[in-house]
Design a protein around this ligand. Structure first.
Ligand SMILES: Cc1ncc(COP(=O)(O)O)c(C=O)c1O
Length: 481
């Protein structure tokens, strides 16, 4: 179809249709329950269209084909992974930014976009209490970790007389990166992408709170030094994905300062713990990091695909990604392609700006505090149930627990039962949570980051798990006053 031939009437019709569907999409979703994969795949499986179709028919078709197969991630009963649901202002602004289609890589291609992102990063640094001199919006915490570790790698190279930007990693001395046994896969992926390989990671054992043993970190650093390996980077986690635990960042920052090591904090969601009064002590020292990676599509409840990284020192950040080409025409402001890996990119920061406008600092504090308080309530419900038990400490917004029928010991049978409970509860479509395998077996895992989650939603999760556990193990549903 010739796009230029689009009539005003057709566009108006498409937009009216869009407004109605968008309005419905902002309502709490129905959780989908199980869907047959073959049926779903068949809905989309058609040859490439040879001819175009009317604009006002396309969104309706997509909605129809997706029916029953949209994960209910924007609802209050979604406890999976650590993803929040889109706040209305964030979703509306994201849709508008798609329409104005700015290319944020170069200032002249999106001057307002660049200036908004600069200010929004400053707000985020202020909100999180991080003295960031510069930052960058990427597609999520994986990209934020990758950008941060690229800068750390460049900085390490400079210290050792190697220009990684031109010479690559081969001339670098043998190096080591330190993270706890619970280090997120994305940090390993970032190191692989950067040519350092995940083999350089020393997996420092955790304690009973699932946090890095700093005494063993020091031992590992000394061991490496003694054998001629250069300690390069420590990655501390503010919020480990399995349990929500926080590494002891202040103590780790002391070690990094003493040994001259780059401190990166992967704070995908835990960077926000300090906004919750009881969580403040957990992230103490985060402000001393050289780099901090954070997700926006987790606790800031913006649409998926947005995270950011903040740097204490702007110069090494700028050096790492600086570059131009004959066809690139600079303008009056910052070219964001010189602060990260991507050249062309969308106006991601706008939905974060919108979320912060909708909530304000107070709203973010309330949301984070409510989620953590509700997680503590969930932990208490688990502890007061005769059939449920915590399988890890729940210090923040994630709760790991399992159903244990009377007299059942740890082992494969208990793990299988809990796997089936998780799958059946998800398929039933009342609530959605995921599982995790910890050192003591498979558990039910609930993460709370949604602006919509209430105490009733938490109760519904516990009820669903207890009911499924009782049904599957043949036990009676325990009575709770
Ligand atoms: C600690 C941590 N780091 C990194 C990530 C990766 O984030 P993303 O999926 O946004 O790339 C996650 C995701 O859960 C995480 O919890």
């Amino acid at each position: 179809m010739d796009a230029a031939a689009l009539s005003a009437g057709e566009l108006d019709g498409a937009l009216e249709d869009f407004a109605e569907r968008f309005r419905r999409a902002l309502e709490p979703p129905v959780l989908p329950g199980a869907i047959d994969r073959a049926t779903l795949a068949a809905r989309f499986d058609e040859p490439l269209p040879e001819q175009g179709q009317p604009v006002d028919s396309i969104l309706g078709e997509l909605e129809e084909k997706s029916a029953g197969a949209l994960a209910g991630g924007t609802g209050g009963r979604y406890f999976g992974y650590v993803t929040g649901g889109a706040l209305p202002a964030a979703a509306i602004v994201e849709a508008w930014t798609a329409a104005v289609d700015q290319n944020v890589g170069m200032w002249p291609l999106g001057p307002a976009a660049v200036e908004l992102e600069v200010v929004t990063l400053r707000w985020l640094a202020d909100l999180l209490g991080f003295p960031g001199e510069s930052g960058y919006f990427g597609s999520g915490a994986t990209m934020a970790n990758t950008v941060a570790l690229a800068v750390a790698r460049h900085s390490f190279g400079r210290k050792h007389g190697v220009d990684v930007l031109t010479q690559g990693v081969r001339p670098l001395p043998e190096l080591a990166v330190y993270g706890s046994e619970e280090l997120h896969l994305s940090d390993h992926k970032a190191l692989r992408t950067l040519g350092l390989g995940s083999g350089c990671v020393r997996a420092i054992p955790i304690d009973e709170r699932y946090t890095m043993r700093v005494d063993l970190l020091v031992e590992a650093i000394e061991r490496d030094r003694a054998s001629g390996v250069e300690p390069a980077i420590v990655i501390a986690q503010a919020g480990s994905v399995n349990t929500g635990a926080c590494d002891p960042i202040a103590a780790i920052a002391d070690v990094c300062a003493e040994h001259g090591i780059w401190l990166h904090v992967d704070g995908a969601f835990g960077a926000f713990f300090g906004l919750w009064e009881p969580g403040r002590a957990l992230v103490a020292g985060m402000e001393r990091a050289d780099s901090l990676a954070v997700d926006a599509h987790k606790w800031l409840n913006v649409p998926n695909g947005v995270g950011f990284v903040l740097f204490r020192d702007a110069s090494s950040h700028r050096e790492t990604f600086a570059g131009s080409a004959g066809y690139l025409t600079p303008g009056a402001g910052q070219n964001l392609h010189e602060l990260g890996i991507e050249a062309s990119r969308s106006w991601r920061g706008a939905c974060v700006w919108a979320a912060l406008k909708q909530l304000g600092r107070e709203g973010v504090v309330d949301m984070v505090s409510r989620c953590c308080d509700l997680a503590q309530e969930l932990a208490q419900l688990v502890e007061s149930s005769p059939r449920l038990e915590l399988t890890a400490p729940a210090p923040t917004n994630i709760v790991c627990f399992r159903y244990r029928p009377e007299g059942w010991a740890d082992g494969e049978q208990l793990d299988d039962l809990n796997r089936t409970i998780q799958a059946e509860v998800a398929d039933a479509g009342e609530v959605f949570h995921t599982g995790a395998t910890l050192s003591n077996g498979f558990c039910q895992r609930a993460a709370l980051v949604s602006w919509r989650t209430t105490a009733a939603d938490v109760r519904a999760l516990v009820d669903a798990i207890e009911a499924a556990g009782a049904r599957l193990s043949g036990a009676a549903v325990p009575f709770r006053a």
